[in-house]
Design a protein around this ligand. Sequence first.
Ligand SMILES: NC(=O)c1ccc[n+]([C@@H]2O[C@H](COP(=O)([O-])OP(=O)(O)OC[C@H]3O[C@@H](n4cnc5c(N)ncnc54)[C@H](O)[C@@H]3O)[C@@H](O)[C@H]2O)c1
Length: 261
Amino acid sequence: MAKDDSGLSGRVAVVTGAGSGIGRASALAFADAGATVVCLDRDGPAAVATAEEAGEGAIAACLDVTDRTAVRRLVEAVRYEHGRLDVYANIAGAITDRGPVGSVTEEELDRGLAVNLKSLVFGCQAAAAAMTAGGAIVNVGSGTVDGAVADLAAYSIPKAGVLQLTRSLAAELGPAGIRVNAVSPGYIRTAMTEAHARDADGRLVEEKLRQVDEGQSERIPLRRPGSAAEVAAVVRFLASPAASYVTGQIIRVNGGSVMPL
Ligand SMILES: NC(=O)c1ccc[n+]([C@@H]2O[C@H](COP(=O)([O-])OP(=O)(O)OC[C@H]3O[C@@H](n4cnc5c(N)ncnc54)[C@H](O)[C@@H]3O)[C@@H](O)[C@H]2O)c1
């Protein structure tokens, strides 16, 4: 029985990056809405932990989203097993080594492009083929592309591509009843951002975390980091029938840090 009225009850959703942070929170949000959720992550135990938390009907899938064949096979299997695919949330992503465009290595550029852009193209291709009765794709971009952030070349260049991918696909898939939108998070407290506050042994240093939070919060009108759950709420909205006339849009969840017209 649906625990909320988002219209997602009985729907089937695949969530990538579901082992941590925004992906995990989104998978739980879909499960809470009564959807069957496939929790996909390359970190198998983390995917299983999210699926267990999501409850009955949730499934864990351990695979690397940069593997096009594996993504296609998984989506086909979900479609075959459940008879439908309604939602594909492209949330997996990874930060890359810091460095300017001028000196980014080909290897690091390839890594950034693979995990932060090509994998989303693969997911969208597989999902679109499986959404024979329409559906919703939600891509996760990044607020880093709202301005020009130095030294994040291999991360921000692919993330800019995610937004164009979203718009191109929305135009192409609209006639098939498939909506495609993007969420662009600002500074969200997850494992990805906590990495800035870890010591050489990987331990979280609370004082460092407080300093990072304070430094970031100064430029955010809401004066605090966002939570994964706050981003997940928007992912869920965009995937739901409540957003039935919303496509090709980029929704910023950033506490007001950037407010384009
Ligand atoms: N946290 C932020 O402030 C922030 C800001 C802007 C954008 N984002 C974006 O939000 C998304 C989620 O980030 P998060 O903060 O929750 O990070 P996170 O590190 O907490 O979670 C990312 C998850 O993706 C998985 N993953 C990474 N590469 C993968 C691969 N190749 N195949 C399968 N799974 C893979 C990881 O194992 C992890 O579970 C990312 O795309 C990130 O770029 C985050």
